[in-house]
Design a protein around this ligand. Structure first.
Ligand code: FBP
Length: 293
């Protein structure tokens, strides 16, 4: 089935207009990566060096999303300030290019989005929809709303449904864990050994959360960027990465955790705060929480 993305001028559900706008923009973002692989000589609010494509994709999404009726705020991992719009209703948080350090080596990356019905920073319980675009051999989108996840292929102006009611396979296959191994806690290292010792499990780690999470969504398993000794809150950002990914995985029947509770239950204090992120099949996350307790 192919869905013609709604025309923002006629569609009256702002959430669907936001998603359609991201779907359409993603195809352009992918094309615009060519020639924008160099460092931008500036840092994002988390202190990471931006590449030209990070800055460009953020500006493109900011322009388009803030002009949608019903969008109250735009926040991005790539800018310090939230953009306030005159409208009320939905607040959109994006990571315009997740995993952009993979651009140099031409590996997978993504765009992540969360649509909240509360001002940012907001808890994951305020999400009304979330999803991500994966720039792989094919550009795909996983989109969660109302407790269901749909996967699409994006070709520009159209979304072709490849799978409806996506759920995590029951038998977990893949695992991927970020951060330097010497900086993992002893308890986390022990848990990883247990996961690795299961002959049914395979390591799949690509250095871009979206690529790694999409493998978990496809094959079952676990992805984590845990708390580290030199960074107790891990690396990933709650508003832009943690909450949207937790929302997608929980909508697909899996679980998320910061080590003790669902990511979606965390009350944020600041827009750019980090969170230790663990997502995947329910039994693997439950075992993780016992291992870290
Ligand atoms: P960016 O959004 O700045 O690209 O950072 C997020 C990310 O690239 C994740 O996609 C990935 O899981 C992680 O950082 C890898 O980080 P590192 O290579 O520094 O461990």
């Amino acid at each position: 089935m192919t869905v013609a993305d709604p025309d923002p001028r006629t569609e009256d559900d702002p959430v669907e207009v936001v998603v359609a706008t991201i779907a359409r923009s993603a195809v352009e973002i992918r094309q615009g990566l060519v020639g924008r692989r160099s460092d931008a000589d500036q840092e994002n609010p988390s202190g990471e060096t931006q590449v030209e494509a990070d800055v460009w994709a953020d500006e493109l999404l900011a322009d388009r999303l803030t002009s949608i009726d019903g969008v109250a705020q735009y926040a991005s991992e790539e800018r310090s300030e939230i953009i306030d719009c005159e409208d009320e209703a939905y607040c959109v948080a994006v990571d315009p290019l997740d995993g952009s350090s993979n651009l140099k080596s031409n590996n997978t990356m993504g765009t992540v989005f969360g649509i909240y019905d509360e001002p940012l920073p907001a808890p994951g319980s305020a999400l009304v929809a979330a999803g991500f675009v994966l720039y792989g051999p094919i550009t795909t989108m996983a989109y969660a709303r109302d407790g269901t996840v749909t996967k699409y292929e994006l070709t520009g102006g159209e979304r072709s449904v490849v799978e409806e009611d996506v759920t995590l396979p029951d038998d977990p296959l893949v695992y991927g864990f970020g951060g330097r191994v010497p900086h993992w806690s002893d308890d986390f290292r022990e848990y990883v050994r247990e996961i690795e010792s299961n002959p049914d499990h395979k390591l799949r780690y690509g250095g871009a959360m979206i690529g790694d999470v999409n493998q978990v969504l496809t094959y079952g398993g676990i992805f984590a960027y845990p708390a580290l000794e030199d960074s107790p809150r891990g690396k990933l950002r709650l508003q832009f990465e943690g909450n949207p990914i937790a929302y997608v995985i929980e909508s697909a029947g899996g679980r998320s955790s910061d080590g003790t509770q669902s990511i979606l239950e965390i009350d944020p204090e600041i827009v750019h705060e980090r969170v230790p992120l663990h997502v995947g099949n329910t039994d693997l996350i439950e075992r993780l929480e016992s291992a870290l307790a």
